[in-house]
Each structure stands twice: as structure tokens, then as C-alpha cells.
Design a protein around this ligand. Structure first.
Ligand SMILES: [Zn+2]
Length: 495
């Protein structure tokens, strides 16, 4: 009888400082696919689930498709959303009959209303139902806050090795091969975890410039040549999360029973994360400084790209803070565009007013105006759409996006794409859905801290990162009120 492998995806990167809860509606608005819908949604895309499906075909395994759910990073996952989705996975595993392995597509930084550790809790419940004999492998984001419970209850944990993340298919395919070797009885994987006293590190995991992340990945590649090493992951952690086990980790998957060699490798890598904690490849600028430079340097065909770091919806930011946009408008930028700013009310008003209409709008600053007041202005509607498109890539190439009713308005020389849902701009189609060809603009502004580089670095004459210390994804972690994190910890308490 062939092997039977259960596949499930349950992802979230939780910013515990966000006031926006992540409920079932938030999952349904982004990715929520059950049973056979999963293959339709993910086959042929640059995603972990696509690699899981291809792996089943390659090895002749019977896939049991349960649920694949993802929501845009935001506040804590509600008890209802967690129990509904985790419950479906655990029930499917318990009711599947003979099962050989479980392939989980997780993020690794999920915090819920009722648990600090969404992934660890799910894995623990699966173990409680199935025991240790079922192989459990999980893929993680490079920004996972890996916990002791996750390492204990999963046999195999493998994380992305790129930031911007473009290797989701590749690391899942690698995970599948470790699973195949295990099911063939050739190896017996076990996961080893090490974490130092810090909540951020390895330059937040950036792999776009020489720096600590590329150095430590090179060290990991060397260690991987030693006998029995199956996978090594370096997780930068997700620091905008107030929980005991937040922070960077090194994770080694080794063959055999308990072997102190693997634990020592994880500790060595973790020590390197600590040693390199002060090094960064990014300079954070004020909006005024960045806008002035963009005005002087940007030209059509070679735009200056402004990254609104502190309001990155990919890290839970509200995607509606107004500081950078206000700076662009007040500086009188021409041929400039921002995408996207989350403002369903204004987008709806534009759809009512119609294409070409000029109307009075109150743009942005609506979720929490303490991070910047709304912009009250006259604006002209230059484009209307349903907000639906497919990702050009490389990040999540082929995946469908639905931003809800979307409108582009022009204020002076600045066009703003107003969306009804929050999305990080990591793809040029986030402008095109607003009727804007990014290569034709002199200045582009994106709500993103790093992922935008995958799409825009080849286009940009210069990239400027804007972060004045406001916003719930600011690099200035000392401005956030941490209560639950282990202490002392860098950079809150130590140097
Ligand atoms: Zn990430």
C-alpha cells in the first residue's frame, strides 16, 4: 500500500502591538482553501504547498488535502479562527486512518488570543492525537519565532533562506526529500534548537547585501557537509511580538537519536547571531530627507523607490499611516506614485464618484491616528478596479490577489492606490492594478520593508528606507511596550 501524507497550511505572522484582531474573515479575505480547492489554488505557483503536491506525485504518495489558510499579518489570531482552522487539521489527521506523514506549511510567528505559540500548540495537539510514530515535517518563514514546543513536537523544521523570500517552493521540496528518505527507513530526523538573549538579529535576515545573514548561511552550508546533517535553518525572528520566546534561532535537523553534535552546531550558530547583532545593511531615514532626495534624483524609467518601513503590512502594519504620503504631497513631487494605502472608505467613495471625478477625501490614518492623522484633500479619480490580479513574481509567482474595490487618486503630482484590504507591495502588479506602470514613474513609494526589493531593485535608481520611529513595525523596538518577553534581552536591556 502506498504512503499516505496529510497536507495542511496554517500561517500567520502576528504583530501583537496591532489593535486589528485576525479573525476568520481575515483568513477568508486572503487565503482559505479546503480539500480539493487547495490543488487548484496552489499548483504551479512558487509556494510550499505546490512543492508538497509535486512531492506527492514524484514519490507516489497519496495526498490528503485538509485546509490551507493564510491571513495578512495583523494582531492576535482570535480563538475562534484558531480553533476552527487548527481543529480541522487535527480532526483530519485523527480521522485519516493509516497515515505515514504530515506536511505542514506554517509561518512560525503565530500568536493567538489564548496562546503565545500557535504553531507549537498545533504540533502538540497533533502529537497528543497521533503519538510519536507519525512523521511531522513543517516549513517555516525565515521570520519564525521558533519555540521549544515547535522543535520538540515536529521531527523536521525547515525555513526559508532568502529575504526577500523567493525560495518557498525550494525549501518545501527539500523538506519533501527529507521526508522521503525517512519514510524509506534510511534516516531518523530530530530537530535541535538554540536561541540567544536577543529579539532581533542577523540584519533581520536580509540576503540582498553582504552582511551577517549571508555569512551565517555560508557557515550553515559548511556545517551541512558534516555527516548526518539534514537541514540547517537560521531564523531572524519576528521582533514585533511580545512573547517569551520571541527572537532569532538556529535550527539543526540531524539524523539519528540524541546527538550532542547537532545541539552544539545550533549553539555555535546562535552564538554568531549574538556576535553580529549590531550589524545592519540598511540606513533608516526621515520622510523629509528621503522625499527631498527622491525629488532631486528620481526620473521616469529610473525611479527612486521609497520604502515605508514602519508601516509594513507584511509585518502587521496598518498600511494606512500618512507620514510618507504627506511628505510626498507637501514636497510637490511630480510623476510619483504610492501603492497601496489601505482605505476602504475612500476607495468606496471613489467608486461612487466615478472615473475622472474630483472629490474631497480624508485619506488614511483611520485605523490608529496616533501614527499620523488622515490627509484631508481634494483628489481626482484616475483609475478604478476590483483589485483582483495575479502575482508576477518572483515572490509568490502565480498566486491570486484580491485587494477588494480599489481606486487610484491623484493629489498634485502624486498618485495613490487606495485598497480595501491590506497588502504589502512586493510585486509590480500592485501598481498595475491601479493603472500605474511603475517603470514610467520618477518616484515610487511602497508599504514594505524588504520584500519590495525582489520586484523593484532591478528598476530602481536608488532605494531609500523611511522610518522615523513611528508605526508598529518600526525598527526602533525600544518605543514598543514589551511585557512578556524574557529579560534581560537585547536590544531592550543590553548593548
Ligand atoms: Zn518573513
Amino acid at each position: 500500500m502506498g504512503k499516505r501524507v496529510l497536507i495542511a497550511g496554517f500561517k500567520h505572522e502576528t504583530n501583537t502591538f496591532s489593535i486589528m484582531p485576525t479573525d476568520l474573515a481575515a483568513y477568508r479575505a486572503r487565503d482559505y482553501h479546503v480539500g480539493d480547492e487547495i490543488a487548484k489554488a496552489y499548483s504551479g505557483t512558487n509556494t510550499e504547498i505546490a512543492a508538497f503536491l509535486d512531492g506527492c506525485k514524484k514519490h507516489g504518495w497519496e495526498p490528503i488535502l485538509t485546509i490551507a489558510a493564510d491571513a495578512t499579518p495583523s494582531g492576535k489570531v482570535t480563538r475562534e479562527a484558531y480553533e476552527t482552522i487548527a481543529g480541522q487539521i487535527v480532526d483530519a489527521a485523527a480521522g485519516a486512518g493509516k497515515l505515514d506523514a504530515i506536511l505542514l506549511n506554517l509561518h512560525g510567528a503565530m500568536v493567538c488570543e489564548h496562546t503565545f505559540d500557535g504553531e507549537g500548540t498545533l504540533l502538540e495537539r497533533l502529537r497528543a492525537k497521533l503519538g510519536r510514530s507519525i512523521l511531522i515535517a513543517a516549513t517555516l518563514d525565515l521570520h519564525a519565532n521558533v519555540t521549544a514546543a515547535m522543535a520538540k513536537h515536529a521531527d523536521i523544521l525547515v525555513s526559508y533562506r532568502t529575504y526577500p523570500h523567493i525560495d518557498m517552493y525550494d525549501i518545501a521540496a527539500e523538506t519533501v526529500e527529507i521526508v522521503a528518505q525517512t519514510l524509506a527507513g534510511k534516516i531518523k530526523p530530530k530537530t535541535y534548537l538554540a536561541q540567544g538573549p536577543l529579539i532581533t538579529g542577523v540584519d533581520e535576515g536580509r540576503t540582498t547585501a553582504p552582511g551577517p545573514m549571508l555569512e551565517i548561511l555560508a557557515k550553515a552550508e559548511e556545517l551541512k557537509k558534516e555527516p548526518g546533517v539534514l537541514a540547517i535553518s537560521i531564523n531572524a525572528g519576528f521582533p514585533w511580538a511580545d512573547l517569551p520566546e520571541v527572537g532569532p534561532t538556529a535550527v539543526v535537523v540531524g539524523d539519528g537519536g540524541d546527538d550532542p553534535r547537532f545541539a552544539k552546531m545550533a549553539e555555535e550558530l546562535s552564538a554568531y547571531i549574538w556576535e553580529t547583532r549590531h550589524r545592519t545593511t540598511v540606513q533608516h531615514r526621515s520622510a523629509a530627507e528621503a522625499v527631498a532626495r527622491a525629488k532631486a534624483k528620481g526620473r521616469p524609467g529610473a525611479p527612486v523607490v521609497l520604502a515605508d518601513f514602519a508601516d509594513n503590512p507584511g509585518g502587521g502594519g496598518y498600511c494606512d499611516t500618512t507620514g510618507l504620503l504627506r511628505g510626498m504631497i507637501e514636497a510637490g513631487l511630480e510623476n510619483a506614485a504610492m501603492s497601496a494605502l489601505y482605505d476602504p472608505e475612500s476607495a468606496a467613495a471613489c467608486h461612487v464618484a466615478g472615473l475622472g471625478a474630483t472629490l474631497t477625501l480624508r485619506i488614511g490614518g483611520k485605523v490608529d491616528s496616533s501614527y499620523g492623522a488622515p490627509i484631508d484633500t481634494q483628489a481626482t479619480v484616475t483609475h478604478l478596479s476590483d483589485g483582483k490580479f495575479r502575482i508576477e513574481g518572483p515572490i509568490f509567482r502565480g498566486l491570486a490577489v484580491d485587494m477588494g474595490p480599489t481606486a487610484t487618486v491623484k493629489v498634485g503630482g502624486v498618485e495613490v492606490v487606495l485598497s480595501s484590504r491590506r497588502f504589502q507591495n512586493y510585486d509590480r502588479n500592485f501598481f498595475r492594478v491601479g493603472g500605474i506602470e511603475p517603470s514610467e514613474r520618477a518616484v515610487l513609494a511602497v508599504k514594505s520593508m524588504q520584500h519590495f526589493r525582489a520586484a523593484y531593485a532591478p528598476l530602481a535608481s536608488e532605494i531609500l528606507v523611511v522610518d522615523e520611529g513611528g508605526g508598529i513595525t518600526s525598527h526602533d523596538l525600544k518605543k514598543l511596550a514589551f511585557k512578556h518577553v524574557r529579560r534581560p534581552v537585547w536590544p531592550l536591556d543590553t548593548n
